[in-house]
Design a protein around this ligand. Structure first.
Ligand SMILES: [Zn+2]
Length: 448
């Protein structure tokens, strides 16, 4: 019964197309209004008993008073979704919320309405039992995670204003990932302990331009092309960040026999393992270093005109250990061309590393995962994508990224793509997990 109830709630939310957009004029505000109204209908006790602060246009920050305030916890999710490409071959409608063969289909099921409903339902159930958490619990739901994270930033400001220093923050990110590592049978429950910093640069070369019949050497377009080539030939140095070494070590006993000695000695054999990961392909190479991709390009607008200005956009994902200043210096040095101007379009440092070795908060997450997903190997890891939780690193030392859902490789690949869907049973298990986590806060504060 209660299982059907929570599944119907997620279906209803998926059917409301809350697509965010960098341009506020393109956002369907009525959809976001509908979503908030639906949430209020679905979770009456939560809305009645928790204090709500609205942030940005449709962001929500709930405060649930606990028996103590020393170690407040923030549980996060986001209400917006990425757009749906109309030409993508969805097998079931992107905003249909259909259940087919035990899976609930639609944009936002995994990213990230599943987390939002999971957190809210766990709280609602506990309120039905007149449960009071051992510590203050805050729920922070952004409305623009996929474009700017402005709402999360404002939630952080609000917490700062109130003098709240969270004990830990939990946002989306990792999952109980099935089939994540070739040859490793058990699922891996990965908890993100840092995320790469997204930084974008614009390279601009200027020149005389002119008629295409009388080209001069080294025009703006050629210089931009040379710069891109030089960057491609000089990748950032690779290394194995500590959480990746930890992940390898924990996976080793489950890996194919031939790989066990290498992975099991990740600390000692880090250079060798790093080379192996770089060689294994772009995905695993990205785990070992800052990456750079030339994305947007512009030159002459006409076939018979030489560009007087050419540009290249560079998208960088900075690995923990590197910095924005460091990568800009690398780009400048590598392109070896003083005539090219480098403009910083957006700059985000990698998130600081949250503790995981012998840390009480991390151990609470790990123990709750181990209890609910006994088949999974739990490990910290470095997240490649960005989440709203990065804004919380300014007020909290422990920022963890984990969604308590089993996800197959195909499901993970569907995020931001097509055929996004979540297993119904997996979703229900995730709701229970959030409840167990909140109940588990209790234990931790009981006198020893
Ligand atoms: Zn997300």
């Amino acid at each position: 019964m209660s299982q059907d109830r929570v599944v119907a709630k997620l279906q209803a939310l998926v059917r409301i197309a809350t697509v965010s957009d960098r341009d506020p004029a393109q956002v369907d505000r009525a959809a976001f209004d509908d979503l908030l109204a639906e949430l209020e209908r679905q979770f009456p006790l939560l809305h009645d008993r928790l204090e709500l602060t609205r942030v940005a246009t449709h962001g929500l920050l709930f405060h649930w008073s606990g028996r103590a305030q020393e170690r407040p916890v923030v549980l996060m999710g986001h209400l917006d979704v990425v757009p749906v490409d109309d030409t993508a071959p969805w097998r079931h409608p992107a905003f249909g919320g259909d259940i087919v063969d035990g899976e609930l289909w639609g944009r936002g099921t995994l990213d990230d309405k599943g987390c939002v409903v999971g957190i809210c339902e766990a709280v609602e159930r506990l309120l039905e039992q007149d449960f009071t958490p051992a510590q203050d619990v805050w729920l922070s739901f952004g409305c623009d995670e996929e474009v700017s994270g402005g709402a999360a930033r404002m939630a952080v400001e609000e917490l700062e204003r109130r003098g709240v220093r969270p004990w830990f923050v939990l946002d989306e990110g990792g999952a109980v990932a099935h089939g994540a590592f070739p040859g490793v049978k058990p699922p891996v429950a990965v908890i993100g302990v840092t995320e790469k910093g997204v930084t974008s640069l614009l390279l601009t070369a200027q020149g005389r331009g002119g008629h295409a019949s009388t080209p001069a050497r080294n025009g703006p377009t050629a210089r931009i092309a040379r710069a891109i080539n030089r960057l491609e030939k000089a990748p950032f140095p690779s290394s194995l960040p500590a959480p990746t070494r930890e992940l390898m070590t924990r996976l080793a006993p489950h890996a194919p026999v031939a790989l066990r000695p290498l992975m099991g000695n990740a600390e000692r054999l880090a250079p060798l393992l790093t080379r192996a990961l770089v060689a294994a392909g772009p995905e695993s190479a990205a785990m070992t270093r800052t990456t750079l991709a030339a994305t947007t390009l512009s030159g002459s607008p006409a076939l018979n005109v030489i560009a007087s200005r050419a540009t290249a956009g560079l998208n960088l994902r900075i690995l923990v250990g590197d910095s924005v200043d460091g990568v800009i210096a690398h780009v400048r040095k590598t392109i070896r061309d003083k005539t090219i101007d480098i403009e910083v379009v957006e700059a985000n440092e990698p998130s600081p590393l949250s503790p995981y070795d012998g840390d009480e908060a991390f151990d609470l997450l790990a123990a709750t995962i181990a209890a609910d997903f006994p088949d999974a190997v739990v490990s910290p890891y470095v997240m490649m994508a960005a989440t709203d939780s990065r804004f919380f690193t300014g007020i909290c030392e422990r920022v963890y990224r984990f969604a308590p859902f089993r996800m197959s490789k195909a499901q993970r690949e569907a995020i931001h793509s097509y055929d996004e869907r979540i297993g119904v049973d997996d979703f229900v298990a995730g709701v229970d997990w959030y409840q167990h986590l909140i109940e588990g806060l209790d234990h931790r504060t009981e006198p020893a």
